[in-house]
Write a protein that binds this ligand. Structure first.
Ligand SMILES: Cc1cc2nc3c(=O)[nH]c(=O)nc-3n(C[C@H](O)[C@H](O)[C@H](O)COP(=O)(O)O)c2cc1C
Length: 214
């Protein structure tokens, strides 16, 4: 079996990204070690139909966020990296400053010091300069800053299509093969010669009429 991927879910809006990530990894038979921040627990209740038990059941191993002596707190415990989905500004701030006050941050810091992949799906808007500086600092230490910013070139039809595109981008970073969204395969020449391997389908319905200007 491959080395486990650490998944952390923190209390930004969009905890569904973390849930779907766990569900996809389980379907792909990829082992996961899960850490939930206390604030994430609150957001499951606010934003999703899932209980903490439902979410925990998706992972192979679940740690208490206060347990800074857990296996993933040590660099000698091998992992394939870590994805924080979503990542709050508070957790970003702690990671950027190696302020390892809980297991999420300690495990993230360990990935960085060991030269492993750490993907932060940072979620906040708008962003002030301090937020941007924290992202720069984390990126300078080796983190991949991957905010869940939806793309539309794959013509999403549902919210889940948007979620899967974002988590697919995160899985690309840690080398997990998936088929979560239709990848862009070029435009210019290939399109002219009808060689699209992933042809973009025409929209199913006409776009709604814009209100007339008065
Ligand atoms: C409904 C809800 C949505 C939130 N969304 C965000 C967000 O998008 N980004 C963020 O940085 N914090 C957000 N917060 C605030 C964090 O939950 C809060 O700062 C918390 O202390 C973060 O702790 P954690 O990083 O340990 O999860 C949100 C809080 C709530 C209740």
């Amino acid at each position: 079996m491959s080395q486990p991927l650490i998944v952390a879910i923190t209390g930004a809006t969009g905890v569904i990204y973390g849930v779907e990530l766990l569900r996809v990894l389980k379907a792909l038979d990829q082992p996961t070690h899960l850490i939930l921040s206390e604030a994430a627990g609150l957001n499951f209740a606010i934003e999703t139909p899932y209980t903490l038990e439902d979410v925990r059941a998706l992972a192979d191993v679940v740690y208490n966020n206060k347990d800074v002596g857990a296996a993933v707190a040590s660099g000698s415990f091998r992992t394939r990296g870590m994805i924080v989905a979503p990542c709050t500004i508070k957790t970003l701030s702690a990671i950027a400053n190696s302020f390892t006050y809980n297991l999420v941050v300690r495990a993230a810091d360990v990935q960085l010091k060991e030269g492993r992949k750490l993907v932060l799906m940072v979620r906040e808007t708008p962003l002030h300069k301090g937020h941007l500086e924290l992202m720069t600092r984390a990126a300078d230490c080796g983190a991949v800053i991957l905010p869940p910013m939806p793309a539309f070139y794959h013509q999403p039809k549902t919210i889940m299509d948007l979620i899967h595109q974002s988590i697919g981008k995160a899985l690309d970073q840690v080398g997990v093969e998936h088929d979560l969204f239709r990848r862009w395969s070029g435009h210019g020449k290939a399109a002219a010669q009808g060689q699209h391997t992933q042809a973009v389908q025409p929209a199913q319905a006409a776009p709604p009429a814009l209100p007339s200007k008065h």
